[in-house]
Each structure stands twice: as C-alpha cells, then as structure tokens.
Design a protein around this ligand. Sequence first.
Ligand SMILES: [Zn+2]
Length: 400
Amino acid sequence: MMPTLESRLKDEANVVTSNKPVPLVKHTRSAKRGRQRAKSSNSSLVTKAVKNAQADQELGAAKVGGEVDSIPRRGGFWGTLVGGGLGLIVILLVMLRQMDQGSDASNPTQGAIPAEYKPDRAFGYLTDLCNLGPRPSGSSQMKKQQQSLTNFFEKQGAVVRMQSFEIRHPETGAPVGMSNLIASWYPNRPKRFLFCAHYDTRPFPDRDSRNPRGVFVGANDGASGVAALMELAHQFSILPADVGVDIVLFDGEEFVFEQGRDDYFLGSTFFAEKYKMQPPAIPYQAGVLLDMVGDRELKIYFEVNSLKYARNVARGIWDTAEELGVNAFVSRSRHDIDDDHIPLNQIARIPTVDLIDFDYPRPGFGAPKYWHTEQDIPANCSGDSLAAVVWVVHQWLQRQ
Ligand SMILES: [Zn+2]
C-alpha cells in the first residue's frame, strides 16, 4: 500500500510515473489562500458596499437635514430628528430595493450578436451538461461527460487525448482517477493558443445555507466554461492560417470536501508541471481560462492576477470587447482570484487570463448569492452571455 500522504501521479500511457512527492502541494496551498482571499475580497466588497451605503446615508442625512432645516421649524429639535430618521429609513429602503433588483437577463451586448455565434446552441450545451447531474472528479457522471465531450470535439475536427493521473480521495484516502481532456486543432501551426475551463463540479453546494450537502450541478461554475468552449469549437473552421488551438478541460479544479484542508487546481497543476517538464515544440503564445461566464447578468471585470501575469492578453481581449460593443466586459479590475490560471502562469509560464464573473448574479448588499449553492442552475444562466463571450474570444483570436 502506498503512503497515504503521497499521491501518485502518472500519465495515461504510464510513460512517466513521478516518484516525487506531489508537486501540487506548494501551489495549491497558496491557491487555497487565494480562494480565501477571493472570499475575503468578496466580504471586503460587502464591507465596501456597506461603507458606500453609509456614505450615501450620510449624504442623504445631510440632504434631508438641509431640507428639514430650510422648512420653518414646526417640531423643533425632536421633530427634525424624527423627520431625519424617517427620511434615512426611506432612503435606505429605496437603496436596498435598487441593489436587490435583478434585471431580467441583462443584455451583454449593445447590438445584435452575429448569427454564427448561437446563444441557443451554447445554452443547449450548458443544459445538457447539467442534465448529467453533479459531475465531481472520479464520478460516473464525469465519465459520461468525458465520453460525450470526446465525441463532440472529434466531430468538430479535433484530435482528443486524455491526460490522466491519480490522487488520493481527501476523505477516504482511496485512489481517484483524474483526467484532463485535451482537444487539438492544427498542432503544427506556428502560433498556438490555449483555451481552457474546468469540467468537474464541486462535490457539494457548501455555501448553500439551506442545504449545504445538497445537489450541485454547477451550471455556471463548471458547465458554463465548457459550453462556451464547445460553442467556440464551431468557430475553428475560420482561423488565421498560422494559428493552432488547444481546448483543455481541467479535472479536479475543486475536489474539495473541506475548505482549508483539500487542494484546488489538481488538473491544471498537473498539466502545468507536465508542460514545464516536457515543453512542446511550439509553445502557447497565450492562454484564456473561462470560468463562470454564463451568468444572466454577466459583468466580466479585469481579474487582478490576470493583469499581473498576462496584462497584454487581458488588454487585447477587453479592447476587442469594446470594439464589438460587448458591454459585459468592463475595463476595471475588481476581484483578486486564484483559479486554474495560477499554475498555468506560475509553473508553465503561459500568460493566461481568467475570464470570470465572480458576482453571481450581481454584487450588492442584499443581492442573492448563487456561487456554490443549489441555485447554480441553468435558469440563472443565459445563452446570450455565453455567445457574447465566445464572440469576443473568437474575434480576439482572429486578430492574433
Ligand atoms: Zn467553484
């Protein structure tokens, strides 16, 4: 029996069996900190929202106070105080209501999305994936997903291979097989680009206050990136003559049963280590990670680590979005998120950006929170959001 603390990594052909202790640990530890950072930056956003609300209240108070003050005194000091207090409450209620008002699927683009990018087709992929049920690493649903995606990408003209390795289940210690799916188009062309997403779903919706051990189908956190890449694959018949592409779907992004104990980014870290140890003849010029891109109220801000490691790639994508009038892309940074792009940037040195809308469905005090809950379902996603992202990414690729 193998030591429980040492996970065995091997590729699918058994060509390389790493005898080293898991090289993942160092990076995933920082990754976990990153997740916590993402969370705390989220809570600092809440704090910020509260601060803004307070500032607005103060402004409101000043205004109400001013108005009350300009009216001939009727109630004197106490009347002013009560009037001001009531005014404050009214303003606060109006503000809360505004913040919690979800627009119906806000339009991600100023004009129409060109006909070759098909929102319904993309949304169909997302719902098909969710209809498989939860797809955590090592599950039978994950196997089914791998088979149908292999068929799909082969039909789109790709050569598909699985990059497999094994880990220990964080709870039971039993071996769990993991596989990244790699679909390649035109591998010998001089400019290669990487498009990626994770295709495993978190084992449980542990941020669901009502049912943290319930059913998690990961419509946005899991299926959306995959569905967008499936839609993108339809566009690969039109590519510049010198451009080749790989779509890589990472396993084990969040095979996490206990926050703070279990490692994130297993698949992308394995992929990055292999890329570093056995560099390909033609390296990637850039990578684009898609995660949580299906939100019906899509707003994709610059992600801080993407700017740090791949500023030019980020700029190029957001500039393309601006040119196309895809206003779901906002040219401001917002969250600092560790995701699968961290090992790609830090280990493989592939300049990779993370396209992620971390406010699901929207930021704000009193807004619902669907991330890692049972509410991460197709009804809270939209085909227009997926198609808008695919449009931008494909047009950016056309310009390389
Ligand atoms: Zn997640």
